[in-house]
Design a protein around this ligand. Structure first.
Ligand code: HEC
Length: 242
């Protein structure tokens, strides 16, 4: 009994000491809280810069005109509300999605599409995972390719057309924020859209799907097929194995 009282007594004293030192003084508490948050921040940020550095990578090239158009659709349709574009440095993520995302892979992503929710899977490395025709059918009716999917249908993208003037305006804006588009690239948006759109339309045709190079779905496919491709190739070149 006596021992128990003694024990409680020392615990009480410790509690008072702890509160006096760490909590009672607001300035002191703020300093300790800041230190704790900084440690948490460093632990999260440091892995992003290893083993490949934070430099502007020559291996990641700017999006083409058609991919910019597709990316604008991705943003305006709010795909980021259900999909992240960030493979985290954890084993389960790497096994499912591929190499974890490095900071430099986002160098031309303005605004970035990291996302904070995963109602659907991460899309940072979805490029080349499926054929173009799969994406076409999936966007038309997600249930047709993924039974039981809760993703909404985006069937109107199959008929909607993109306007080269909008794409050009986006590229001019991106250039202002640092994407190195040349004058020639911006002047030849229309030809660039038609050329890359034509390639996708050709592949869709082989799969028995009729479309046209200026359809929104074609731009979105171009963008999705590009995701993570440069980063994966650059990491392989640097000897990162997965
Ligand atoms: C309401 C949430 C929701 C929204 C909004 C949404 N998706 Fe999805 N998405 C899902 C779910 C759930 C899946 C997994 C089942 C499936 O394949 O449909 C998925 C799967 C996908 C896949 C296949 C990924 C893989 O690795 O298998 C792609 C590509 C995709 N979505 C693209 C998009 C695009 C592009 C948009 C915007 C136009 C979009 N999604 C909007 C929920 C959503």
């Amino acid at each position: 009994m006596a021992d128990e009282t003694k024990h409680h007594g020392s615990e009480k004293k410790y509690g008072q000491f702890h509160r006096r030192v760490f909590e009672a003084n607001a300035v002191n508490f703020a300093v300790w809280a800041t230190i704790a948050i900084l440690i948490g921040g460093i632990v999260e940020i440091v892995p992003m810069f290893t083993p490949a550095g934070p430099e502007i990578s020559p291996d990641v090239t700017p999006y083409t005109a058609l991919e910019v158009a597709g990316r604008d659709i991705y943003v305006s349709e709010g795909c980021y509300l259900c999909h992240s574009q960030w493979v985290r440095p954890m084993r389960a993520e790497i096994l499912r999605y591929g190499p974890w995302s490095r900071a430099w892979e986002y160098q031309y992503d303005r605004p970035f599409q990291l996302g904070s929710r995963r109602i659907g899977p991460d899309l940072h490395r979805v490029g080349n995972k499926y054929p173009d025709a799969w994406h076409y059918e999936h966007m038309r009716d997600p249930r047709s390719t993924s039974p039981g999917s809760i993703m909404p249908s985006y069937a109107w993208l199959l008929t909607k057309r993109i306007d080269p003037a909008d794409v050009e305006a986006s590229m001019v804006a991106l250039r202002k924020t640092g994407t190195p588009y040349s004058d020639e690239e911006i002047a030849s948006v229309e030809q660039s859209l038609a050329a890359q759109g034509g390639e996708i339309v050709g592949r869709l045709q082989v799969a028995g799907i009729e479309s046209e190079p200026d359809r929104a779905i074609v731009a979105l496919i171009a963008y999705l097929q590009r995701l993570g491709v440069d980063g994966r190739a650059a990491l392989q070149k640097r000897g990162v194995e997965y």
